[in-house]
Design a protein around this ligand. Structure first.
Ligand code: NAD
Ligand code: TYD
Length: 378
């Protein structure tokens, strides 16, 4: 079957992996990467596939309703995989309006344009799909009931699929009540509600997925793992928020992209799927793994750079623990993460060290100035 799919945010971190997977895996599909190229968008992330005949890049703001409607009409778009967003919590604390504009109004604009176009067709919503990529952060924060960790496999019902230590008995389920705390997660929660409202009100075939923290190649170095790899390499301080006790659940980005592929093709309309690999880590522990891996790969004495760890003022409203229960996706669609964390982090560190030009290119411009501004008062 031929399809024409718009992937928004395809020049960003996760989006570039999704675009690459779809372009390579489905030569019969037309894949349109729609991206505004904000500070976080980088076409160098896609240089290996940009000349493929089934790929087109369109520079566009998702808030531009008229332009997007015209693109849908011109290209006869039948699928949308929506990743474009402002994605960094620290930026949302400084500038919440940009997050409301892009994440809420931008998503609404895409939905409304898709509605107008698809409802104008004789077959209407038949064979169409609006797939919205969201985050586990919309569920709020979980308690650290076991600060020393419960080794896997442990016994509570929600966690029986666990492969790694957990720091509490509760997990985010698809039915967990939304309780966002940061302007970022509030904007994502709002966009999730609009997507579901378009299904419930107009019958649009929508799907929402909520994924845990991703790591891997091409992540913008404002996020923990690439920022710290780059700083360790340059022997710059590593700003650890608070005591480094917060817990995040980490998934290798290509496993997320595979989940998106599976769900886009086989997921049930109007359903929500949580995506995660049962892989909880305290920030301080993951930071030590990253330091040891960088040091080893650079031929430094392992642990030599542990003294770069610098505890700084905590992030405002810093969520304590995220942990995803992804057993619905595993049970219903057979998706499983493919990589163990140790393997994934080794691949990731190696990639950043081998792509210093990619990193230098990003960190030399506006971002460097922004970063200086963020941290000079800490
Ligand atoms: P990113 O910041 O790396 O990339 C975002 C992309 O969106 C960039 O290419 C940017 O240019 C583009 N963009 C931003 N505003 C735009 C606009 N107005 N119009 C068009 N394009 C615009 O983000 P990411 O980490 O790849 O996240 C992608 C999606 O996945 C987001 O929706 C995010 O909420 C979600 N998500 C991310 C994670 C994670 O760990 N990174 C986890 C779960 C869900
Ligand atoms: P981040 O990569 O920003 O993702 P998110 O906030 O979406 O989870 O941060 C991951 C964790 O690392 C989070 O608990 C905040 C912490 N962190 C630091 O301690 N120092 C840093 O410089 C950054 C960027 C994050």
């Amino acid at each position: 079957m031929k399809r024409t799919i718009v992937i928004t945010g395809g020049a960003g971190f996760i989006g570039s992996h999704v675009v690459r997977l779809f372009v390579n895996q489905y030569p019969d599909y037309r894949i349109i990467n729609l991206d505004k190229l904000t500070y976080a968008g980088n076409l160098a992330n896609l240089s290996d596939i940009e000349h493929k005949p089934n790929y087109r890049f369109v520079r566009m703001d998702i808030c531009d309703f008229d332009a997007f409607l015209a693109l849908m009409q011109e290209e006869h778009v039948d699928g949308i995989i929506h990743l474009a967003a402002e994605s960094h919590v620290d930026r949302s604390i400084k500038d919440p309006f940009t997050f409301a504009r892009t994440n809420v109004m931008g998503t609404l604009s895409l939905l409304q344009a898709a509605k107008v176009y698809w409802e104008s067709l004789p077959e209407k919503y038949e064979g169409k799909r609006f797939y919205h990529i969201s985050t586990d952060e919309v569920y709020g924060a979980l308690e650290m009931t076991h600060p020393e960790g419960i080794p896997a496999p442990f016994t509570t019902q929600a966690s029986s699929g666990a492969k790694h230590e957990a720091y509490g008995e509760e997990f985010f389920l698809e039915t967990t009540k939304y309780n966002p705390h940061s302007p970022y997660s509030a904007s994502k929660a709002s966009s999730d509600h609009f997507v579901r409202a378009f299904h419930d009100t107009y019958g649009m075939p929508t799907i929402v997925t909520n994924c845990s923290n991703n790591y891997g190649p091409y992540q913008f170095p404002e996020k923990l793992i690439p920022l710290f790899i780059n700083n360790i390499r340059q022997r710059k301080p590593l700003p650890v928020y608070g005591k480094g006790e917060n817990v995040r659940d980490w998934l290798y980005v290509e496993d997320h992209a595979r989940a998106i592929d599976t769900i886009f093709h086989r997921g049930t309309v109007a359903e929500t799927y949580n995506i995660g690999g049962f892989n909880e880590w305290k920030n301080i522990d993951i930071i030590k793994v990253v330091i040891n891996t960088v040091d080893r790969l650079l031929g430094r004495k392992e642990g030599e750079d542990l003294d770069l760890i610098t505890f700084v003022t905590d992030r405002l409203g810093h969520d304590m623990r995220y942990a995803i229960d992804s057993r619905k996706l595993q049970r219903e669609l057979g998706w499983e993460p493919s990589l163990q964390f140790e393997e994934g982090i080794e691949k990731t560190v190696r990639w950043y060290l081998d792509h210093q030009d990619w990193m230098d290119n990003i960190t030399s411009g506006d971002y460097e100035r922004y970063y200086d501004d963020m941290y000079k008062n800490r």
